[in-house]
Design a protein around this ligand. Sequence first.
Ligand SMILES: Cc1ncc(COP(=O)(O)O)c(C=O)c1O
Length: 391
Amino acid sequence: MNITGFPYLGRMNMKTSDRLAAIPMSGIRKMFDLAGPGSINLGLGEPDLAPPQAAIDGMCEASRAGKNKYAPTAGIPELRNAVAERFSRFGPLTGQNIIITPSGSTALLEATQSFVDPGDEVLVPSPGFVIYAPHAKLAGGIPVEYRLTEGDFQPDLEDIQAKITPRTKMIIVNTPTNPTGGVITKEIRDALADLAADRHIMILADEVYCEFIYEGKHESFLPYLDRALVVNGFSKMMAVTGWRMGFIAANPECMEALIKMQYHVCASPNMPAMYGVLAALPGIDPYLDRARQVFRARRDLITKRINEIDGMHLMPPRGAFYAFPSFDLKMSSQELANRLAKNGLICTPGSAFGGYGEKHLRFSYAASEEKINTGMDILASTMKQLRGQGL
Ligand SMILES: Cc1ncc(COP(=O)(O)O)c(C=O)c1O
């Protein structure tokens, strides 16, 4: 296609890189394009709560006070120290172990760009968050999917062991997980850490949902910084997805590499947003208690509604804000999600999260109970209709 006024367009070699061309567009975004007006959207992975007021005030005050310039590449020391203090309940940390990043997504990208070489294999969870495999590919690596067990969605250790080769460089682990809501047990966390040490494979742990656990407790990889990088972020914790604020915890050698990478990616994180997070973080617990209360009630509602539907099954998700039920129709998750979109309900097909995600749908319950109920009415009637047709 040519555009009037751009005579050279089409004659220039503006072909995208092979690395980018090898990556499909996210299956989550594709579903949003299908949304008609008035659709119920249970596809969004962002809290619908307001951020803590202290965060907004802190950011605005910092900006008004002239803090609008580049920051130190690893982030302002006050925030690095505050993060270390809050998360040292999981493992020994100082501010020197923390780099503030422009989002959890960027943290994950910087981690793979810093440690994955062309030809390295990266074990990624399946079903798993949609950017892990693309990030491995963008670094020239080869993503290899490992299975999460059905129902409780734990990393399948036997499958991981079977897939380790001399080229395996990194295992990505996510707890609590998107899309399943699974929360890793202490036994599996420790076994993975031992396996990583035995086989000299680094772990990249994504813990961005660690504050959203409704049963059990968070088993962080922070005690294992000798073999793991731990990514976390403020998007979900403070409902500030638009601020793009995250962090990585790492040992001093890895930290040096990450700071070098971040300098070349963005020079520094967003200065006023760092002050906003800093203003809210020390007093965040009452806010999080309330958020967990809201999400737990929604989780109970969506679990009950889904399990009332013939042909669908869901074990109560223990963390994050996603439900990932299985279904028994003779159609793919993409076909079922398309049918639901036509009937006014947006969700994400399980296949968007990897080869082991098929025969599932992902619903985000970061939405009001009213929306969840209306969405579940559409799901129930669509399932009934499809089963009636013998599908
Ligand atoms: C598992 C997981 N990790 C990381 C992220 C990235 O979050 P952000 O880039 O907003 O910090 C998300 C966002 O949905 C996620 O679900």
